[in-house]
Design a protein around this ligand. Sequence first.
Ligand code: TIU
Length: 223
Amino acid sequence: NMDTLRVDAQPFAWRFPPARTAVIMIDMQRDFILPGGFGDTLGNDVARLKPAVTAALELLDWCRARNMLVVHTKEAHAADLSDCPLAKRLRGDPTLRIGDPGSMGRILIDGEFGADFVEELTPLPGEVIITKPGKGAFYATELGEILKAHGITHLLFGGVTTEVCVQTTMREANDRGYECLLVEEATESYFPEFKQATLAMIRAQGGIVGWTATLEALTHATP
Ligand code: TIU
């Protein structure tokens, strides 16, 4: 079934076939959204990300109701840090480094409480979970093969943070030939001005990286 829907998007309307579209929810983990996690140790005001959680759930549920492929990513490392470059671990001046013990377990380590998804956005059985060592979700993961196996051509994006893991992944996807749309309310940054700049740079130059649309526009998409 190759029926398409039309979304009132920026910089112009976006058409997508739900049967060949996946939603990619980027890194909605306690480590970025709750106090005591990775985002907090870097000095950020993590409360800024909270509004995206509700919108992300609405986006996921809208996609689930249309039987679209749902992919959740998480930025997390092996317990022995073998997949964490020293450059990443030593970067900046955080209060705790990746792998150090924090109030939600070891910072950004796969399997720890803090590295898991916030409760509201727990993946449902059968949904895809991609654990990634980098900011982009295609680097050193099986995401590309999974999307190919499902015949996916179009991607919807939400998640955190807008200018770091979301934008990096969207650019990776764009280079791989996917038609990408970022849902504006379903993403947040610790820096509001960076979120706005990212939305603007994605849709500039005729959609050089892709499209953006409001959740309202997406959920009112028409044949
Ligand atoms: N620090 C920051 O803004 N983001 C990250 O380190 N990772 C993600 O964006 N997921």
